[in-house]
Design a protein around this ligand. Structure first.
Ligand SMILES: [Zn+2]
Length: 215
């Protein structure tokens, strides 16, 4: 039996990458994060990877047809294995192109999972993020209770806020998300098969809720 074909949507900071990884592990699906697929293609110098890199080096967006080409290659590779697409589609045009590409393959999307998180909660989460200035881990002050909130427990380095996590930047990213993704959500809602889950509660609770929609 062919595996499920899923899409996961959610604002930045909703934890959708984490949830996609958990859901795919639970159901034996491949987690297709378009960011990872893109990086992998670039580093292995595939023709589409080389093309994508050209745009990235110019600081330009990688065109939809390049991303769709990469997704096509991944789906060819996966065959009957099910998948969950994370990071695509982000716009209505991308959703329409993806639908057309899947139709050519005789495939459909079984379910679109939406992790719904209130904008103010996203702002709170993302602006509370700190990263160690000398080693890698990301800390979240919103979920920390210790007293040493400015020092990395691993290396003693200073915890700093990334420019991406400044409130103004977070709000701008959320606006872009709302503007681009609201039509995508509508598109899948009208087609049926959209399952919206409140992105509140523990990581385990959200995973369980998502899995209930897929049972
Ligand atoms: Zn550190």
């Amino acid at each position: 039996m062919a595996g499920m074909h899923l899409i996961i949507l959610g604002p930045p900071g909703s934890g959708k990458g984490t949830q996609a990884a958990r859901v795919s592990a639970e159901l034996g699906l491949e987690h297709l994060s378009t960011g990872d697929v893109l990086r992998e293609a670039v580093s292995s110098r595939t023709p589409l990877g080389v093309e994508a890199e050209m745009y990235m080096k110019q600081g330009a967006l990688v065109p939809d047809e390049v991303i769709l080409g990469l997704i096509r290659e991944e789906l060819d590779r996966l065959g009957e294995t099910g998948w969950i697409l994370d990071g695509f589609p982000r716009t209505l045009a991308q959703a329409e192109s993806l639908t057309a590409q899947l139709e050519e393959r005789g495939e459909t999307i079984d379910k679109v999972l939406l992790i719904d998180v209130d904008s103010e909660e996203i702002v709170r989460r993302l602006t509370s993020r700190r990263i160690s200035s000398s080693c890698n881990p990301i800390y979240n002050l919103a979920t920390m209770s210790g007293e040493e909130l400015d020092t990395c427990e691993k290396c003693g380095g200073k915890l700093v806020k990334r420019p991406d996590d400044e409130e103004e930047t977070v709000r701008r990213r959320l606006e872009v998300y709302e503007e681009q993704t609201a039509p995508v959500i509508d598109f899948y809602r009208k087609r049926g098969g959209l399952a919206a889950v409140r992105g509140a509660g523990s990581i385990d609770e959200i995973t369980a809720e998502l899995l209930r929609h897929l049972a």
